[in-house]
Design a protein around this ligand. Structure first.
Ligand code: ZN
Length: 406
């Protein structure tokens, strides 16, 4: 199993400039590779493969772009691999009949990391520096042809490092070590199961009547962010003040992102520790998050309004809640802990009575489930109970310990 450890880097100015430089060269190579593939296909109908591109790298380095010799060879190969993966995903989507989305050219703000795909080109010096005042181990990370950069090992890395990715987030730099680790021992079995309804009023409703409240970080920070954005738009392009405003905006974004991830980590950890079976909605089936399909004018091929803007408000609050991040965290934490996670089709779950199975359509405003059978519940709690019921049905008998056999 893979586990990623992320550490903040503290590069000095020289090293930081070099990191920016390498990143910019990688982005150029990515875009050049993309344009080569695009042109070859358009002009001669030929598909260029990863190996075609990798094989000309030495020639490019020797004759055309000598500065590429200053970048670790495997890092450059990884850039082309990334491009190849983008194309593989594109072809997969085409094959599945989904909306394809051709691989995109990467702008300065989109392309923000480069990867050492193996142990070549970098080295960690564990013993070179004594722990600091807080007892944190300070380590030197040596990047060939870039320089040495300090990092705080705030938690130990376990397992064998397979890849190292250097990543830029705003003005911060991080080292992400992806490690191959043994699967840990499963948690002791629990006899509690839970169904979870993800919502907007509450972040989630549990089938036992509890709620996970939405931290609403984004909403609260949104006004601040908006003000910062406005302030940014008033600044003159290329000015010193504008550069500062850009940093402030990036910082506000980063804060929201970190808070959201923190919430998702804690909430998913609690659930996985407590429950043996966790049943969630399958978000890929939830049509709420889906974007309306692009509409094209048949004659001119131009894009027409498709109602995407109208849905943006709702989509935003969904993205806000960070559901997919949360589901992702539940999934991998459950796998590590030996828990069972089931995802079910969320269709009709808000309309079925968990007690008698009666189906009655509710409007979005109706917050209470009240059935002729006498079942009285919060609307979301009722959905969570239905979700749990469907999940239990989906699980075949005998896949988990029961009270009787344990
Ligand atoms: Zn009922």
């Amino acid at each position: 199993m893979r586990k990623t450890y992320k550490y903040r880097l503290a590069p000095n100015k020289t090293v930081e400039n070099k990191l920016h430089w390498v990143l910019a060269r990688c982005r150029e190579l990515y875009n050049a590779g993309l344009s080569e593939r695009k042109d070859a296909y358009r002009m001669v109908g030929k598909s260029i493969t990863y190996y075609d591109q990798q094989n000309v790298l030495p020639e490019i380095k020797a004759k055309i772009r000598e500065e590429y010799q200053d970048i670790a060879a495997h890092v450059l190969q990884d850039v082309l691999k990334r491009l190849d993966k983008a194309f593989q995903r594109f072809f997969d989507r085409c094959a599945k009949g989904q909306k394809p989305g051709y691989p995109r050219f990467q702008g300065r703000n989109r392309y923000n990391s480069f990867t050492y795909p193996d142990g070549a080109g970098w080295k960690l010096d564990q013993q070179t520096r004594p722990p600091d005042k807080k007892g944190m181990v300070r380590v030197n990370l040596k990047l060939t042809k870039i320089g040495t950069v300090k990092l705080h090992l705030h938690r130990d890395m376990i397992g064998k490092v397979k890849t190292l990715t250097i990543k830029r987030e705003g003005e911060h730099w991080y080292a992400c070590f992806s490690c191959e680790v043994d699967k840990p021992e499963a948690l002791p079995s629990s006899y509690e199961d839970v169904g979870i309804d993800l919502g907007v009023t509450h972040f989630a409703a549990l089938s036992n009547g509890e709620f996970l409240e939405n931290p609403r970080h984004y909403r609260r920070a949104e006004n601040k962010l908006k003000k910062l954005q406005e302030s940014l738009s008033r600044k003159k392009r290329g000015s010193h003040r504008r550069a500062k405003a850009v940093k402030r905006v990036a910082k506000a974004h980063r804060k929201v992102r970190n808070q959201r991830a923190d919430f998702a980590h804690k909430a998913s950890r609690k659930l996985v520790n407590r429950y043996q079976v966790i049943v969630l909605e399958d978000l890929t089936m939830a049509n709420l998050v889906k974007q309306p399909k692009p509409k094209q004018d048949e004659e001119t091929g131009q894009y027409l309004p498709n109602g995407a803007a109208a849905k943006a408000g709702l989509n935003k609050s969904i993205a806000d809640a960070g559901w997919s991040q949360f589901v992702g965290m539940c999934t991998y934490k459950a796998a590590w802990a030996g828990r069972t996670l089931v995802q079910v089709d969320p269709k009709y779950t808000s309309q079925i009575c968990p007690n008698c199975g009666n189906v009655r359509k509710k409007t979005l405003e109706e917050r209470w489930h009240s059935c002729t059978c006498g079942c009285e519940l919060d609307r979301d709690t009722a959905s969570a109970k239905v979700i749990l019921g469907i999940g239990r049905k989906q699980l075949s008998v005998g896949t988990r310990p029961t009270r009787a056999t344990a």
